[in-house]
Design a protein around this ligand. Structure first.
Ligand code: 5RP
Length: 235
């Protein structure tokens, strides 16, 4: 039986996608990697969404048997719309994954989490045999933190304690990320708050230092992961 849900069937990406042609090229590159039987980790954000669309098309055209493990509710709903079966980390280890990023430095370290899904994104990257990070040129930076703050998912009542600890780590600016479609802060996929933290300098140990603060669920710093960066040219 099928729901035949208009909400799912008519789902569209909410915002205008910047550099859509470049992102579609990189999406096609990712779709070409799909093999029959693959378990694929699906990242979040607009680039991941376009890659998912391209993969779903190949799966449909070639009748491939593929399962997805999405990192957010949003991409899970798109899997439903596109007819891509989903599975979980309980049942499967991903053969590979694709995900976007907000910043990539020359060491392939990342800032991610504009979508607030960095906990599951990091869990998937940690769990996958191979990780492809798909970005356009605008995401390449000499130094992490040049354009984006570091998103930090925080258990709500730990906020004042985490604030104090982040300041002693050198945070120069801390904001609770506001929601767009509701009053107050955004609530993460796991029911937590997201802080955006600016630092003058992001040290190599910062990912560990931030994570070790009680009340921090995860940060958007991805340092020292074995990542394959695939870059789309800007138009
Ligand atoms: C979401 C993310 C995204 O991958 C990142 O924000 C890039 O998004 P986009 O592809 O829309 O530029 O980390 O949590």
């Amino acid at each position: 039986m099928n729901w035949n849900s208009n909400l799912i069937n008519n789902l569209e990406w909410a915002d205008k996608i910047i550099n859509i042609e470049g992102k579609q090229k990189v999406a096609a590159e990712i779709a070409a990697k799909v093999k029959d039987g693959d378990i694929i980790g699906v990242g979040s954000g607009s680039t991941s969404y376009l890659a998912l669309v391209a993969i779903a098309q190949r799966v449909k055209d070639e009748k491939l048997n593929v399962k997805a493990i999405p990192t957010s509710v949003e991409l899970t709903m798109f899997c439903a719309k596109l007819g891509l079966p989903v599975t979980t980390l309980y049942e499967h280890k991903p053969d590979w994954l694709f995900d976007g990023a907000d910043e990539v430095d020359p060491d392939k370290s990342l800032i991610k989490g504009r979508g607030g899904a960095m906990f599951k994104e990091k869990l998937l990257i940690s769990s996958s045999a191979v990780s492809y990070i798909i970005v356009d040129e605008s995401k390449m930076v000499d130094k992490l933190g040049s354009k984006f703050p570091v998103p930090i998912e925080v258990f709500p009542q730990a906020l004042p304690y985490v604030e104090k600890e982040l300041k002693s780590l050198g945070a120069t600016e801390l904001t609770i990320r506001p929601a767009k479609g509701k009053d107050g802060p955004i609530i993460s996929e796991n029911g937590n708050l997201v802080l955006d933290a600016k630092f003058n300098e992001i040290g190599k140990s910062f990912e560990r230092d931030i994570k070790s603060i009680t009340g921090v669920i995860e940060s958007g710093l991805f340092i020292g992961f074995d990542l394959n960066i695939i870059m789309a040219a800007n138009n």
